[in-house]
Write a protein that binds this ligand. Structure first.
Ligand code: PLP
Length: 387
């Protein structure tokens, strides 16, 4: 039996998405910039997907720019605003300290170019306090970037409040919604944001395709230059099959959200409470609410997360030690460290992220295996310490 509890790393492609990809790849091979029949058919595929994404997030189709995924969307938002606003003298960027590397490393690159960067703290809840933004923001702030939901602990940030503060100071608000799209309802107008990143492979779409929603009128310079694709905002022949797959994934996400979110939340809560009850020395990291319905991050006292991950994998269960990019290293998670968790606890935490297709039986299987695995690993640790 193979159980996949790592949906925040990536999700399986929905069969309807795979069908759309295959059909478009073979039948709609035209270049969407071509004037002839083949080009116009490819363009129609892109237009349809653009409408699907716009409908999912409450934006206008013309505000969607297709990208190669969440990383590019984050780069585009931050570098694009920095390039556009540098001449105005605004040279300050703010982000939360628990952003994905796609944001944090991009900010470091901009800091090397002379931008001032402020990272907002979080406490043990893993939620940014709006007051901390009020204190950090200045007339020089160009953009504030705070993720909608955190990839490691699932906490949801107060984006609407943060956007109001940013706007009161003339700054834009970018949110990385890569981990919230498809899990909770996301509406760009209700959130009041100016830029929003999303990535298809986190909600049963294909890898290597995503989008940046740019509010009409927001000043963002393109970072990929060349042809006039995407209204001159992102050059390069469009990935038509990927875009079609993203569109189908968006339509499915919109349709399934009201049933999938409570179903996943019930599974996650069943898993979480059973682990806390049956495995000693466990605790949930971060606030339990507000949190996306599929994620729980649990620390296991006196255990190395990597050993637990490997032991679970041997039982056929896939989990993660935090963000996928940092697994394979024993670096404690920057998210858990920013929350002030002591180093051992930041190093003994496991993320379980559920999704479509997971069942009660799978949760019960994992819960039945965990106590013995944890006991065994703890006894090995004790032996190592004594030796
Ligand atoms: N932002 C967040 C919050 C993520 O979780 C991820 C993926 O792990 C990304 C950005 C990067 O997205 P992509 O894998 O599409 O580049």
């Amino acid at each position: 039996m193979r159980i996949y509890f790592d949906h925040n790393a990536t999700t399986p492609v929905d069969p309807a998405v795979a069908d759309a990809l295959t059909r478009v790849m073979t039948e709609e091979f035209g270049n969407a910039s071509s004037v002839h029949h083949f080009g116009q058919r490819a363009k129609a595929v892109i237009d349809e997907a653009r409408s699907a994404i716009a409908a999912l997030i409450g934006g206008e189709p013309s505000e969607i720019v297709f990208t190669s995924g969440g990383t590019e969307s984050d780069n585009f938002a931050l570098r694009g605003v920095a390039d556009a606003l540098e001449p105005t003298g605004r040279k300050h960027l703010i982000a939360s300290s628990i952003e994905h590397e796609a944001v944090l490393v991009t900010l470091r690159a901009l800091a090397r170019r002379g931008w001032k960067v402020t990272l907002l703290p979080v406490d043990a809840t893993g939620i940014v306090k709006p007051e901390s933004l009020s204190q950090a923001i200045t007339p020089d702030t160009a953009v504030v970037s705070v993720m909608h939901a955190n990839n490691e602990i699932g906490t949801i940030q107060p984006i609407a409040e943060l956007a109001a503060i940013a706007h009161a100071h003339g700054a834009l608000l970018h949110t990385d919604a890569v981990q919230s799209i498809g899990k909770i309802s996301v509406d760009v107008r209700a959130l009041g944001v100016d830029l929003l990143s999303l990535s298809a492979h986190k909600f049963n779409g294909p890898k290597g395709i995503g989008a940046l929603w740019i509010k009409r009128g927001a000043r963002v310079t393109s970072i990929l230059t060349g042809g006039k694709h995407e209204r001159s905002r992102r050059a390069g022949t469009e990935n038509v099959p990927g875009i079609a797959g993203l569109g189908v994934a968006a339509r499915l996400a919109a349709r399934k959200l009201t049933t999938e979110a409570p179903r996943t939340a019930a599974l996650r809560d069943r898993l979480e409470s059973a682990i806390l009850a049956r495995v000693t020395g466990t605790a949930v990291n971060g606030a339990r609410e507000p949190r996306v319905p599929n994620t729980t991050n649990i620390s296991f006292d006196a255990i190395e997360a990597e050993s637990l991950l490997i032991a679970l994998d041997l039982e056929g269960v896939a989990v993660s030690t935090g963000s996928a990019c940092s697994s394979g290293t024993l670096e404690p998670s920057h998210v858990l460290r920013a929350m002030g968790l002591p180093s051992p606890r930041a190093q003994n935490s496991i993320r379980f992220s559920l999704g479509a297709g997971n069942t009660d039986a799978e949760v019960d299987f994992v819960v039945s295996k965990l106590p013995a695995i944890v006991d065994k690993l703890r006894s090995l640790t004790r032996t190592k310490v004594r030796a």
